[in-house]
Design a protein around this ligand. Sequence first.
Ligand code: GLC
Length: 546
Amino acid sequence: MNNGLKWWQNAAIYQVYPRSFQDSNGDGEGDLPGVISRLDYLSRLGVDAIWLSPFYRSPNRDGGYDVSDPRDVDPRFGTLQDAKLLIEAAHERGLKIIVDIVPNHFSTDHPWFQAALAAGPGSSERSRFHFFDGRGANGEIPPNNWNSIFGGPSWTRIEENGKPGQWYLHLFDSTQADLNWENVEVREDFEKTLRFWLDLGVDGFRIDVAHGLAKDEIRKDHHDPDGLTRALRLDVLDMPQEIRAELLSDVPFFDREGVHEIYREWRKIFDSYDGDRMTVAEAWVHPSSRAARYVRNDELHQIFNFDFLIASWDSEFLISAIKRTLEDVSAVNAPPTWVLSNHDSPRLLTRMGGAAKARAMALLTHALPGGIYVYQGEELGLPDGELPDSARQDPVFFRTNGAEKGRDGARVPLPWSKSPGFGFTTGEPWLPISDSWREFTVEVEEGDSQSSLNLYRASLAIRRSHPALAKSSDYRINWLQAAPGLVAFSRSPNFYLFANTTDHVKVVPVPESDLRVLLASGAGGEVKEGQITLPPHTTIWLDQAK
Ligand code: GLC
């Protein structure tokens, strides 16, 4: 690799949610052969790698994040042979493949959980999970008062010989039993899973709930479990910041010291393989400086920076989020990452409240140093799908009795063409695709030079070819003097970015002579007579004509 850079350090990584990407057999759900058939689309888009959300055996109670066999492909997605073919076909096109690993929990359909039910209290089978007797005269009170992230209690009581028995811990759905990482068999089994996929040729792993594996003393109540649940939600705005920060600074089931020891062991495995295999951690930790501890040089490689996933289109917010992120990771010498959307959060366009802001936000992000993640459909400028409650499938919807709509809106299948089933399926899509999405199909956007798809193609191409963006392991950016409402920086050599987050046209003096517009998120950005004109909610990239 050039300058000793690893492939992932500046990569654009595209998230495929396989169930909603491309169906190949008409059953209404996407599958691995479907992904293979669209690899040319992804090459043309200009990404470097694909991260696939889980396609392993699963009863699919939480979109496949409830794994019942991590070393096999669920028949709804195809076969292990399809997975091999996908890896090969991607590699032939120079695309890397990252797969998900879900170490915090197994599906209650996993043979281990079934064996634990059969084996009874105190057995070695039960010790792979967190099984405990309840409290109270008849064990009717759960072992502690923690809540599930998805709503409701985090404990479910099982039947023991026809009578109420022990309880097991599940931080998420009751069909996702938390694994006990103190148990050596759990550690060995995951090492086996890592090696299984590494041997098959994957280039990396996205680690689900990477901050959750180690837990505090379980037989201890939390002083404010409901406050903690609210603090962990991203959309709670009415909680004072100090209270939220205080609650999040010490979560008994997240970001415990023990997780790091696990990743140090994993790192030895990755390093024993050739080809720069990498990992990216999903770890919601607070304060953000704690996140850098996951990417110390003997642990993981990247950590998702979710600041932009919850960002508003506001220059002050954006500048401080960028500065904080760069500071955090530079302390451990790791590259930053940037994420605008994923399968767990509202789509960018919906969150930003309009196409202009979403496009401007994308261009701002694509010019930042380090790695970027693009969630499928983000490149099309898709809004969240509108769904009737009867179509919803997310356990969050059910566990909160509908109080929270859940994440299905971001998981509606992609619209490829105007054919019935939108070219996604010849059958009935598993979530309905609205007629209004005819304007967002790949087919329509390919033919429109101003489309979101063509903007993403252009920005990703420049990211790859411009010397300031492509080959740099210099993660600093040079902030330029800018009036309120603007974000302005340069990256060396010869790259300038101006973003106007306001409702008004802004005119700013050019920082260098001969600047020309490389790319703009909307119409009207120009350089004339020593001034740059920036329409409202627009980002432009510039360089000096040579
Ligand atoms: C992660 C996944 C999410 C899943 C949860 C439980 O946050 O991204 O989709 O529901 O973990 O596995």
